[in-house]
Design a protein around this ligand. Structure first.
Ligand SMILES: NC(=O)c1ccc[n+]([C@@H]2O[C@H](COP(=O)([O-])OP(=O)(O)OC[C@H]3O[C@@H](n4cnc5c(N)ncnc54)[C@H](OP(=O)(O)O)[C@@H]3O)[C@@H](O)[C@H]2O)c1
Length: 349
């Protein structure tokens, strides 16, 4: 069958996005092609041209960017047995990754090539728009929490034993934080999370036991007190200024003094430079590295499908659909730059 594809092209660094025809790329070994029904937008999708040199220096143009996909499998390549045409799925698209650097794998098009182990079937009760909020956020949270070079926590599972340790999620109402709280709970950890007070109920609904105002001048003391004698298994630091605060907390608590930072590597290096003197180890997350180790399949193939189907894991935060059609994605990126709170901006296709 001949399939007509259309993409939102980024013709060159710093140029405007343009909707135009794109080749349909059939799946190679261990790949699937998904007819995209919804995409979510992330800060990295809309960075200004000059920042590409720092954030994605390898990216070749014209490019198709975007990471968050939900849709239907239309074709599977050799080696794919877990997924079939017609399956409703969400998936992390890796077109801008250094190892891929391929327009066919960017989310912002009608037919996208995905890696089989970074695709997760979704229940009928979950809309494509809501499912699209998950991929980059869960990948980033999982990379930071479960990779051995970051926090190295125990993986989530269907019936986790309660653990004595606490995980701190600074920036709990972000998309990454919303997934981090749920992953930590599903691995049996107690969670302390920060956000603005209007999001406290939201954090609790995701499983946080303790919530603290991230802007409070006494946030560090409050968190140290709430953690109490429980060992801190590790910290996920999300958002600007999160590192100074979380380093101070980690230095004053018992247990794992490891912080995984979702801020760009350069910011993490600068903000984390004093950490070793306080006995704290800070590492910088790149939310795509889990595709190359055991964490990617542990989340997308082993954990998420059942957790989403049984409702023990929620596609969070709530999706706000900004429009229908590729041409609405630049609007969504503009709205994202203006700021969102506990929501993910989505475009349906
Ligand atoms: N390293 C990677 O691979 C990677 C991948 C994805 C994202 N990221 C980064 O992770 C961060 C979160 O991204 P996202 O898409 O999850 O965000 P998002 O959903 O767009 O974040 C919105 C939330 O940010 C919170 N917020 C604003 N300023 C904050 C601050 N200074 N500290 C803590 N929280 C703050 C707000 O919380 P309240 O309204 O409750 O105040 C709001 O709910 C961004 O910096 C992003 O660039 C990194």
């Amino acid at each position: 069958m001949t399939r007509q594809n259309t993409a939102l092209w980024l013709p060159k660094r710093g140029a405007r996005f343009e909707v135009g025809p794109a080749p349909y790329t059939p799946p190679a070994t261990n790949e699937v092609v998904v007819r995209v029904r919804a995409v979510a937008v992330n800060p990295v999708d809309g960075i200004p041209g000059f920042l590409y040199r720092f954030a994605l220096p390898w990216l070749t143009f014209p490019a198709v960017v975007g990471s968050d996909v939900a849709g239907e499998v239309v074709e599977t390549g050799p080696g794919v047995t877990r997924l079939r045409p017609g399956d409703r799925v969400l998936g992390h698209a890796f077109g801008v990754e250094k190892s891929q650097n391929r327009a066919a794998e960017g989310a912002f098009q009608h037919y996208v090539v995905l890696m089989r182990h970074m695709v997760c079937p979704i229940p009928d009760s979950l809309s494509f728009a809501q499912a699209a909020v998950v991929p980059l956020a869960v990948s980033t949270a999982a990379t930071g929490m479960f990779q051995q070079d970051h926090l190295g926590l125990a993986l989530p599972c269907a019936a986790p034993a309660e653990r004595a340790e606490t995980v701190l999620v600074w920036g709990g109402s972000t998309s990454v934080g919303s997934n981090a709280i749920q992953l930590a709970r599903n691995a049996g950890y107690q969670v302390v999370a920060t956000a603005s007070p209007h999001n406290f109920d939201y954090l609790r609904s995701l499983g946080a036991a303790e919530t603290v105002d991230r802007s409070s001048p006494t946030a560090v003391e409050e968190i140290v007190e709430r953690i109490g004698d429980r060992p801190l298994a590790g910290t996920l630091a999300i958002g600007s200024k999160s590192l100074a605060k979380t380093i101070a907390i980690a230095a004053r608590t018992a247990g794992g003094r490891r912080i995984a930072s979702a801020q760009p590597a350069l910011f993490t290096r600068v903000a984390g430079r004093r950490a070793p003197r306080q006995g704290v180890r800070v590492s910088s997350i790149w939310g795509g590295t889990l595709k190359d180790n055991e964490v990617g399949p542990a989340i997308y193939a082993d954990f998420l499908p059942t957790a989403l189907a049984t409702g023990t894991y929620r596609a969070a935060p709530d999706a706000t659909v900004v429009g229908h059609g590729l041409a609405h994605i630049p609007d969504a990126l503009r709205r994202l730059r203006a700021g969102v709170s506990a929501q993910k901006l989505v475009v349906t296709l």
